[in-house]
Ligand binder design. Structure first.
Ligand SMILES: [Zn+2]
Length: 486
């Protein structure tokens, strides 16, 4: 085993010294539970802490009030090289309909229909900030040079904040980007996410009395229904790993005796590659046009947001997984065991098997309550099904994502169970481990130019050296800048 040039023990102590402040911050963001692009208090709480750590903050970037960059430069010594620019990505947005009391093992909202942290983003940004601060402090002490940036990234859930930021060139100066996700497992895997495009489809018809003069009406609701039927037939003739979902955002009112003059659908089209998503999207648009023709209504559409698939970076993933393994996973805190066992009882065997399979973890992990180890790095893709705007950053710079075990094995994402566990010591421990591993990875990148060159070479190979093309059309502004929708 090679002599570890990074003092992981010292790094561990450095991060642990900040545990009270950062776990309190994660809990505070859990309490705030703010929704996409409205994370004003959560962003403010992060900015205040970063300023207290001596970072220089630029807020309201890319036209988004809650997006920000915090920067701290280390070195260079007289005449020395500037060193790499290392970025940490952090989120803080929650999810609607997931209000839930912490530490309660049954569905019990704080506010009925309210907002909750069902994807652990209270931990994500906070852990990434802690990694940025620890890496900066360690580099400063070692006399190395680097620029450390933390990106406050709003609206990961359903808003693709990073994609809007990427379009404005926010990430272009980075050498690497490092981030993590709260999970039931520890590790760093070759994750395959789906590209997606989210779009509103609107139909305008002609209202009339549904019984008295039905022949005069043209139903926008019929058009929306026919569009859905058309898309449901499309499913048989699209690649099997693509996904199409829809929701009615306007069904034309609540009166069955009025021919519905307006209707609106929100579509989400996903595919393994952004080029496939764009092709599939064109086919969905054609079906919408056909539905309008059949019903003599007018159709228009408006892209809401989009994101690209993740470009994995095995060089960085292997490095991060290695750092995490050497740091070592914490064991289950005894104080949380009874609650974890209660939560476990709310899962079916299928939930647990699916949690294990989705992480590409060994099958016998289904027997364990929590993950107390680190998954060995595995270069075969782990298909996560969902999408993330981290994908867009990964097209621009070599990007790596860690997983930190914050939840009982079997916990599905976007559920009350995830919200309920968000303030547990287990969740804090997962965040702390991820922060240590991310900081260690940054230190590896800063001290080893060959590692950085290898990560960049892999990135070039995987992207074909093509410049990033943002999947959000030029004219689509971030939601906070849009006029109020009728
Ligand atoms: Zn999520």
């Amino acid at each position: 085993m090679r002599n570890d040039p990074i003092d992981l023990q010292q790094l561990d102590a450095r991060v642990e010294a900040k545990r009270p402040v950062y776990t309190a911050l994660a809990d505070k963001i859990w309490d705030l539970a703010e929704l996409r692009f409205n994370e004003h208090q959560s962003a403010k709480a992060q900015i205040e802490q970063l300023e207290a750590e001596g970072f220089t903050v630029t807020a309201g970037i890319a036209g988004i009030p809650t997006a920000f960059i915090a920067e701290s430069k280390v070195g260079p010594a007289e005449g020395g090289a500037k060193g790499p620019v290392i970025g940490f990505l952090g989120e803080f947005d929650a999810l609607s309909g997931l209000s839930q009391q912490a530490g309660v093992a049954e569905p019990m909202p704080i506010t009925a229909g309210g907002i909750g942290h069902g994807c652990g983003h209270n931990l994500l940004g906070t852990g990434a900030m802690l990694a940025a601060v620890a890496a900066r402090d360690a580099l400063k002490e070692s006399g190395a040079s680097a620029t450390i940036r933390y990106f406050g990234c709003p609206a990961e859930e359903g808003g693709s904040g990073k994609t809007f930021m990427a379009r404005e060139g926010v990430f272009h100066e980075l050498d690497v980007a490092i981030t993590w996700h709260a999970h039931a497992f520890n590790g760093a895997q070759h994750v395959a996410s789906l590209a997606n495009i989210q779009c509103y489809f609107r139909f305008v018809g002609k209202p009339s009395h549904a019984a008295g003069s039905p022949h005069l009406g043209r139903s926008a609701l019929d058009a929306a229904e026919l569009m859905n039927i058309g898309v449901n037939f499309l499913r048989e003739h699209m690649p099997s790993d693509c996904r199409v979902h829809y929701a009615f955002t306007d069904a034309g009112g609540t009166s069955p005796n009025v021919v519905q003059g307006t209707a609106e659908l929100l579509y989400l089209v996903r595919a393994p590659k952004v080029s496939q998503a764009l092709q599939l999207f064109e086919r969905v648009v054609a079906i919408a046009g056909g539905a309008a023709q059949m019903t003599e209504t007018k159709m228009s559409y408006e892209v809401d947001k989009a994101c690209s698939e993740i470009v994995p970076n095995n060089v960085l993933e292997r490095t991060l997984a290695g750092c995490m393994e050497r740091i070592g996973a914490p064991s289950m805190p005894e104080s949380g065991r009874a609650f974890a066992e209660q939560i476990r009882k709310t899962f079916t065997e299928e939930d647990i098997a699916s949690s294990v399979a989705n992480a590409a973890a060994p099958e016998e992990m289904a027997e364990a309550l929590v993950h107390e180890g680190v998954l060995p790095f595995n270069p075969s893709p782990v298909f996560i099904g969902g999408s993330t705007d981290v994908g867009d950053v990964s097209w621009i710079v070599p990007t790596v994502q860690a997983w930190g075990a914050c939840y009982t094995i079997g916990t599905p994402f976007h559920t009350w169970q995830m919200v309920a566990q968000g303030k547990e010591e287990l969740a804090h421990n997962g965040m702390m481990l991820a922060a240590k591993a991310m900081a260690a990875t940054a230190l590896e990148v800063a001290r080893d130019p060959e590692l950085l060159a290898a990560a960049k070479a892999e990135h070039k190979r995987r992207t074909g050296g093509k410049p990033y093309a943002c999947p959000i059309p030029e004219g689509v502004v971030p939601p906070p800048l849009r006029g109020k929708k009728a």
